[in-house]
Design a protein around this ligand. Sequence first.
Ligand code: UDP
Length: 432
Amino acid sequence: MSNVRGIWKESAVEAERLRIAMFSIHSCPVGELGTKDTGGMNVYIRELAGELGKRGHVVDIFTRIHDPDDPLVIHLNQNVRVVHLKAGKNGHMHKLAIYPYLGDFTSALEDFIDRGSLRYDLIHSHYWLSGQVGRWAQQRWDVPHMVMFHTLGAVKNRTGVGTEEPLLRIATEKQLVEHCHRIIAATQREKTELMRYYGANSEKMSIIPCGVNLELFRPVKKAYTRKQLGFDDEKIVLYVGRFAALKGLDRLLKAMAYLQHERGLKLVIVGGDGDSAPDSIEFQRLASQLGINDKIQFVGRIEQDNLSQYYSAADLLVVPSYHESFGLVALESLACGTPVVATDVGAMDRIICEGKTGSILADATPSAIAKVIEDFISKPHSEIESVAAIRESVREFAWSCVADAMIEEYWSLLSHYDLCSSQRISSKLARY
Ligand code: UDP
């Protein structure tokens, strides 16, 4: 580490303090979590940038104007800003519809940079749309470009669930894999997928897991929080997440139909875009068809500040997803001391300790999910880790640890970028 920093310092950058341009074009880091396009990636960017800012690094997160009332700049902390720039209409747009406006976004970005005489040491882009802007900026600014995909089109398509991702996305991802300077994968699984479906070079990739905010997500006394939330002494199975098809809420509802006989068992569903959104209507209709309305409660989207109450009130969180890139909700539940039953997706194999802090479903059919839920909620307390032990099991995932690992990657990337091109070093020296 010190060597890496030493080399970079020789190329005359302001010691220790990095200036990072992050791109999160399609989704705003301060958007409403739990709605259609706003979830784990937004949390990731906000938390990572916050930690970087605390350490004195300067981060500008560029996103599009999602709401006409969005201010140009929001300060997340002393060193971190969210900057809203125009790309298409100033309101919600489907992700794919944004692509033709990326050129407008880069023009607005250039104006903003020029007006503030800004410069950055590196680019960190999130998701393929941002990666495309990152590529453009990389060429203009001659700084290294790190990419995180969060999800991959080719992998999504392989699940066969939800709408097909277009070739444009997959081709753009392939180009990014080839041309960016560093790829961060959140799991070994993602790294393997990048190699298998995109021909990514393993040398170009590092694995840094996602994190959890241990201050925000902490156990609250079960009896107290249940009372607060209006639950009685029933067993509570919890779902927290967006209502995207890939999340598998359909099979969790179907699993509940197998648990009709379990008196005093309730599925509480957190997330979604409100009762009148098409996905919500569809899930409500499915619940009616399955005859389980008395066993489920849709509570809508809940602010992260209040989620600990739900995790703590629950006996079990279920993650029934067909695919996850990581699965932050599982970490959050464990941080609150509540076990997790999940399909074998994302980071579940890394964060769940089989039989102790939860279980990974070998079979994800509704009947098999029902069986595991039933087994888990009827387990004697002595067979499950204590609330404190479950929380302890995820302490290593604190965002501060993620930020430490990322900073290490940034320095390594910078030194490698310059070492690779003596030309670049001399032009940088001339600039400083
Ligand atoms: N979330 C929230 N309120 C909700 C539903 C979800 O704040 O009503 C947050 C949740 O705390 C988590 C994120 O949204 O941090 C979802 O991240 P995850 O990785 O589980 O799923 P993704 O959205 O990335 O598919």
